[in-house]
Design a binder for this molecule. Structure first.
Ligand code: FUB
Length: 312
């Protein structure tokens, strides 16, 4: 259903990027990036688009890892997690994110279709290194349709650890952003699911981070103020508390050549990056997307400059 919503639209000339940044790989189609810095390495965790040319829906079975030591060239490490890693799941390896726990292990939160417990769920796997191997950490969904106050669509987890060690997770779609604290075990909710306030036109794909004491939440929006019908731009909001209330700050990435988009914003070796996806690779499309990245720059007042999409 989500795919159908995004299936057809034309880019208006005004909002279309002049060119698309180079993909991190052209060996496979990749989507929904999450970024993690560990040591001197930038890791990107992505989904894989396997739709045939002209396909009209997502075909996504596993999640892949890429790494870079310079923020420019990436090494592929193959599929490190798949739908079959979760015995309770059945399909749809949608957006994910990896967070390091206080125990030094790496927790990979995923959107995945349940084989019984709900449509889309949040699952979590764990591994001892950024490359895994990863195994199901909970034996069932962390979030499902039966979770009190769950989102209308339980997808797109972003997990953030504050300076005091408290871990938060945000997720959702169809304008249903949700958030909850996680216990130090990284796999159990710590308190109720809440609905953050003040996040204008939230659609999906939240990405949470903190800079200079301010909390930032970037996300895909698809309102007419920033994108053509059925396309997305990336808006962002700031807050002085991790659960809000949030203040909308504007568009940080205009719409791209794919209907969906999904941000990861990270500092690596002193340079900030916007990691996202588009349909720019050869043979690409709305269901054959490619992850790419561009440099992101800050204004003195803590707002983000709109990302310039380059030719890479
Ligand atoms: O890739 C499948 C879904 O499309 C993701 O979960 C959303 O963020 C959007 O990119």
């Amino acid at each position: 259903a989500l795919a159908a919503l995004f299936a057809v639209a034309l880019l208006p000339a005004l909002a279309a990027p002049a060119s698309a940044a180079a993909p991190i790989t052209t060996s496979i189609y990749t989507a929904d990036p999450a970024a993690l810095v560990a040591g001197d390495t930038l890791y990107l965790y992505t989904g894989r688009d396997e739709a045939q040319a002209g396909g009209t829906n997502f075909v996504m079975r596993d999640w892949h890892v890429f790494s870079s030591t310079d923020g420019t060239s990436f090494t592929g490490h193959g599929a490190r997690l798949s739908v079959s890693s979760f015995p309770w799941a059945g399909a749809d390896a949608w957006a994910s994110e990896v967070e390091r726990g206080a125990d030094g292990r790496y927790y990979w939160y995923v959107s995945v279709n349940g084989n019984g417990p709900g449509w889309m769920n949040i699952g979590v796997a764990v591994g001892d290194s950024p490359l895994g191997p990863f195994t199901d950490a909970k034996g069932g969904p962390l979030i499902s349709d039966s979770t009190p106050n769950s989102s209308p669509l339980n997808i797109d987890p972003t997990v953030f650890t504050d300076d005091d060690g408290q871990v938060y997770m945000y997720w959702g779609s169809y304008y249903g952003l949700r958030a909850a604290k996680l216990r130090p075990d990284m796999v159990t909710l710590d308190g109720p699911v809440v609905t953050p306030q003040g996040v204008s036109n939230f659609w999906e794909a939240p990405w949470m981070f903190k800079r200079n004491g301010t909390y930032y939440l970037a996300y895909a929006a698809n309102d007419s103020g920033c994108s053509a019908p059925n396309y997305a731009c990336i808006r962002y909001a700031t807050a002085s508390n991790p659960l809000g209330p949030w203040t909308h700050r504007g568009v940080v990435l205009d719409q791209v050549s794919s209907t969906t988009n999904h941000p990861a914003i990270i500092e690596f070796k002193g340079q900030w990056y916007m990691v996202y996806h588009n349909a720019g690779a050869p043979g690409g499309g709305n269901f054959r997307r490619s992850v790419t990245l561009d440099k992101l720059y800050w204004n003195a007042d803590g707002t983000m400059q709109k990302v310039v999409q380059t030719t890479g």
